[in-house]
Structures are given as C-alpha cells and as structure tokens.
Design a protein around this ligand. Structure first.
Ligand code: HEM
Length: 298
C-alpha cells in the first residue's frame, strides 16, 4: 500500500492527469453519442458530466475528517492529494458549465421554459463563483492576494457550498420527487449511492469534530448526557433516512409564513430540510463531548 500510494503517478498533478484525462475522454465520447442539436440530449450531457463531478467533491469534503478519524497511510495520501482531487471536480464541472452554456445560448426557449428557475440559477451561479475562486486561489499567483485565514475561510465555505448543492440534489430526488404528488419518479441506484455518499462525507466531518472535542475532555462525562447525546445522534440518522415521511408536513409548516415563501425564492437551500439530520447529529455529538468554556478557546 505504502509503495503504491507513494508512486509518482498517483500523487499531485500526475494524479490529476491520470483521473481527468480518461474522464474527459469518456465525457467526450458520450457527447459524440448524443445529438447535440437536441436540447434534451444537451440536458442529459449536463447530468452525465455532473455525475462524474459529484464523487470528487464528496471525497474532498471528507478528506480532513478521515485523516482525523482513521490516521493511516491511505488517509494521509487522501488528505495530501485533496487539492488535485478538487481539480478533477473542477474539470468535470467545466464540462457541465460548457453544456449549460450550450443550452442557455443555443436553446434559449427550452432553457427558460423547462430548466430555468431563479432559485436554482442563484445556487448554481454562486456554486460556479465559489468553484472559480477555489481554482484560482489554489495557485500561488491567486493565493497571494489572500491571507492564510482568508484562504482557509474561502476554501472551506466553497467546499461546503458545493457539497451542499450536490447533496441536496439527491436528497430531493430521494425524499421529494419520489412521491406520486411530486412526479413519482423512483430514485435510481445512483441517487441512493450519491445521497448516502454525500451524507457520509458530512457525517464524517461531524464525527471528526466530536473526536477532537473528546480529546480535550478532562473529566468523566456524565452518563446521562452521554446517553441523551447518543439517542439524539441516532434520531438524527433516522431523520436522514426517513425524509419521505416527514418532508411534506415539515415543509408546509415552515413555508406557511409569507416571508418564508419569499426567502425560498432566493436564499440557497432554504428552509434547509436536507440539513436537519446534521443539525440533530451535531447536537447529539456536542452533548456526548461536553467541554468547559475555557477549553473551547484553546
Ligand atoms: C447556473 C448553474 C447551473 C445550472 C443552470 C445547472 C443545470 C442543471 C440541469 C439542467 C441539470 C439536469 C440534467 C439532467 O437532465 O439530468 C442539472 C443536474 C445537476 N446539477 Fe446542475 N446546474 C448548475 C450548477 C450546478 C452546480 C454548481 C452543481 C454543484 C455540484 C450542480 C450539480 C448538479 C447535480 C448533482 C445534478 C444532478 C445530476 C444527476 O441527474 O444525477 N449543478 N443541473
């Protein structure tokens, strides 16, 4: 394993080329097999290219967490190469961006009738702005304009936002569009796999945060607090797998005030249903790893 992961071909820019060249060839071949004069085919290419991109953003999201939770040669390799894996995400997204460009310029009527939705447009455009910022500031020529703190904040926010975009797409596929009244499209295998992969990527981050807190605990944790925290964490996992049952009622409650309806038009991800499970799991983990306020600032 050690020898394999220290192989030059599997590190840094070589890793980037090893992944992104075959990936681009496959997307290019798929493009040849689609009739690009048909807007439906262009839309399909948007889907195909973004399905290549999604695993990379999940891998990048989990990189630091897996290293904290399971420190070993593989997770160190994973963390060391996250920038290059992120670049592979950017390449696949550049393909998606090109297909979106083709659709919105060549098939304007189709785009504005069948695809365009202000809220999605805002989320997607913010996503591309974050992606561009991340790519530009991954090089010395771009990062020199930022302090290390600004760089870290920009990259963390960008990764969270892009992870959230992909994760929420599959959350809605799983728990909303699958219902007969919303189209009744049964989620495919890819929706299941990507939804749970997106969930796992962020759940690992929460677990790593908990592990860090745990290390700083000096006194024995109150067993009652421990049990309550564990029960809340388990409840969060149930919430993550049962969206079909509660989304409609929670949604109609949250969307009853008119200000909430207005907010939904432009605030990305509002009212945040896909993230409820993480709020709950995070709270559970916090209870299981109580810290004195003094140790929080260390
Ligand atoms: C203005 C920008 C964007 C537009 C107009 C746009 C448009 C679209 C369209 C039309 C589809 C449906 C493709 C199909 O027919 O299957 C799609 C799917 C998708 N997009 Fe975007 N998108 C944008 C930005 C983004 C960003 C930033 C992400 C972040 C990762 C993203 C992630 C996805 C995902 C995960 C899917 C679902 C793919 C699947 O079917 O599995 N999009 N997008």
């Amino acid at each position: 394993m050690n020898t394999l992961l220290s192989n030059k071909a599997l590190n840094q820019w070589n890793l980037f080329w090893v992944i992104s060249i075959p990936m681009s060839i496959i997307i290019f071949i798929a493009m040849q097999q689609h009739d690009m004069t048909d807007p439906h085919a262009v839309s399909e290419m948007i889907g195909i290219s973004v399905r290549w991109a999604v695993p990379f953003i999940f891998i990048v999201t989990a990189a630091s967490a897996v290293q904290i939770l399971f420190p070993n040669t593989f997770t160190r390799w994973w963390l060391r190469n996250r920038k290059y894996i992120g670049m592979c995400f950017a390449v696949a997204m550049a393909w998606q961006g090109s297909f979106i460009f083709i659709m919105s310029t060549t098939f304007r009527d189709y785009y504005f009738q069948d695809v365009y939705l202000l809220r999605n447009e805002i989320e997607g455009s913010i996503g591309y702005i974050f992606l561009t910022t991340m790519v530009v500031t991954s090089f010395k020529s771009g990062s020199k304009y930022l302090t290390p703190q600004q760089w870290k904040l920009a990259h963390k926010t960008a990764v969270y936002f892009l992870w959230a975009y992909a994760y929420t797409v599959y959350w809605w596929e799983m728990f909303y569009y699958s219902k007969p009244e919303n189209g009744g499209v049964d989620p495919g295998a890819i929706d299941y796999v990507y939804y749970w992969a997106g969930f796992l990527a962020f759940a690992l981050r929460i677990a790593a945060w908990g592990k860090k807190r745990q290390k700083r605990i000096t006194e024995k944790t109150n067993p009652l607090l421990l049990m309550t925290g564990a029960a809340i964490t388990i409840f969060g996992m149930i919430v993550a797998s049962t969206g079909t049952y509660w989304t409609e009622s929670v949604n109609s409650y949250l969307m009853s005030p008119s200000w909430s309806v207005k907010l939904e038009l432009w605030l990305p991800y509002w009212p945040f249903e896909p993230f409820f499970c993480f709020f709950i799991i995070g709270f559970g983990v916090m209870l299981m790893t109580p810290m004195k306020s003094a140790s929080l600032t260390k």
